[in-house]
Design a protein around this ligand. Structure first.
Ligand code: HEM
Length: 446
């Protein structure tokens, strides 16, 4: 067994403009110089001036203390505005603040726990599919199916007119297209370098918006009479606690779409990488299966089981460290500043290469090794940022962690996952950090 799980070959020498362009098309993470895993900051100029920051105290400065001076980068907005421009993911300033206040209660722990049965049902359904599948199985495809089931149930459930396959199709189209948007512009590369198919197709986008609009209309007309409120109910009820303001129709729709898109692929990636890591290290997998089996018996995991599944939680944390789905965040500096002794000018791009931060030699012991037990002690808050930090931290973090632990524990208790030599996935970042080639594993009942 190799001693380290699959990783990206980081750049060992400067790439130049054309090299940067070619690399960005293949895998954005290969733009990160290897030295970024050893130094607190790396600055350069490819068209715009940029700074990659890997120093926890400076990350706190950018994400928390001076958040107003470092809004999300222009490119993030360029990519996402046509799809979810009126959502809290994209908004800034006062427009962001009131939406965040209004939506926050929907993601409070008690609401997330109340949605547990939907996550448990998805874990059951996933087990059924795996029991019937012929090995080997692409576990990324399977975990996408499972997490899509959860997010569509909590956002669009109860809508009889809602055709789940149609939504899945429209959203997959959206993700495939946006994934093609390379972040060449983050690097400020000249316009003569051809951009791969920009933006997602209009028809796909319109279809998605129509489906979300229909779900909102039908729920507003027929409120759910019974049961636990889902995310759509909570969004319809969302009001700014300070002003009482509620969401416009466009805001409702764009937030609903944000939850669906931001919430399903990222969690599927976490699960797929976690299963890959368990197959990579059978000893860890056996210990996790014993923990899960002891707690669950032959039942699927419930939200209330979480405190009794500490190793499964550590495996999820470690998967998010080694393969953070949002592996690269970026901001645009608004004012002159100094970061780690470097001058920053208004307009400079400030990159937060979470992938390099999580594998930094000054912050982690044997950073490229899979060792869930490193999370027996909590890392420095700003050395571990799978969900970002500060006021714009992922609003769905606790939702995602509940879902990942419930599904992972259920699958590990029931199946043994075995690696296939020569078929390791390659981590590739286009929009999120994906396992290129899929996560193909042999699956057998325990
Ligand atoms: C493992 C799964 C997930 C990961 C790794 C993840 C990661 C992130 C990160 C890193 C950010 C901050 C981006 C930045 O600062 O530039 C973010 C923001 C956000 N995420 Fe997640 N996310 C996950 C799951 C979810 C889920 C399940 C939902 C909703 C159902 C969600 C909804 C959002 C929203 C709405 C924001 C914007 C928050 C704001 O700007 O106030 N995410 N996510």
């Amino acid at each position: 067994m190799p001693s380290e799980p699959t990783k990206v070959a980081l750049a060992r020498q400067p790439l130049g403009i054309v090299g940067t362009a070619l690399t960005a098309r293949r895998n954005l993470l290969e733009l990160i110089p290897e030295i970024a895993t050893r130094q607190p900051i790396v600055s350069g100029k490819t068209g715009v001036r940029f700074h990659m920051v890997m120093d926890p105290a400076t990350l706190r400065h950018i994400l928390k203390d001076r958040v107003e001076d470092y809004p999300k980068s222009n490119v993030t907005k360029l990519i996402l505005e046509p799809a979810i421009g009126d959502s809290l993911f994209v908004a800034e300033g006062a427009q962001w603040r009131w939406q965040r206040r209004a939506v926050a209660p929907a993601f409070a722990l008690r609401h997330v726990q109340a949605l547990g049965p939907i996550m448990t049902a998805a874990a059951q359904a996933s087990s059924r599919r795996l029991a019937a599948a012929r090995s080997p199985v692409d576990l990324f495809e399977e975990t996408v199916a499972a997490t899509f089931e959860v997010i569509s149930d909590v956002t669009l459930s109860g809508d009889r007119a809602f055709d789940r396959d149609a939504v899945h199709y429209a959203i997959d189209g959206y993700i495939a297209q946006t994934a093609k948007v390379s972040l060449l512009d983050v690097m400020g590369l000249p316009g003569w370098i051809p951009r791969p198919g920009r933006m997602f197709s209009r028809p796909g986008l319109n279809r998605m918006k129509q489906i979300a609009d229909r779900a909102i209309d039908s729920r507003a007309a027929n409120p759910k009479a019974d049961g636990v409120p889902d995310l759509l109910d909570l969004l319809l009820d969302a009001a700014d606690p300070e002003t009482g303001r509620t969401m416009t129709r466009d805001e409702l729709r764009d937030n609903l779409l944000t939850f669906i898109v931001a919430g399903h692929e990222t969690t599927a990636l976490t699960l797929a990488w976690a299963l890959y890591l368990c197959a990579f290290d059978p000893n860890v997998q056996d210990a996790a299966a014993a923990e899960a089996g002891g707690v669950l018996g032959d039942q699927a995991a419930l939200a209330t089981d979480l405190p009794r599944l500490p190793l499964i939680q550590r495996i999820v944390n470690e998967a998010l460290r080694l393969y953070p789905p949002a592996a690269f965040l970026s901001r645009t500096a608004q004012v002159a500043d100094r970061l780690c002794g470097r001058d920053v000018l208004p307009g400079d791009t400030v990159m937060l290469p979470i992938y390099a931060l999580h594998r930094h030699h000054l912050l982690w012991d044997r950073p490229d090794t899979f060792d869930p037990d490193r999370f027996l002690t909590m890392p420095d808050r700003y050395a571990y940022l799978p969900f970002g930090a500060g006021p714009r931290i992922c609003i769905g973090a606790s939702f995602a962690l509940h879902e990942a632990v419930i599904i992972l524990a259920t699958l590990l208790a029931r199946f043994r996952f075995t690696a296939i030599p020569g078929r390791d996935p390659q981590p590739r970042m286009i929009l999120t950090l994906r396992p290129h080639g899929g996560v193909w594993l042999n699956v057998a009942p325990r």
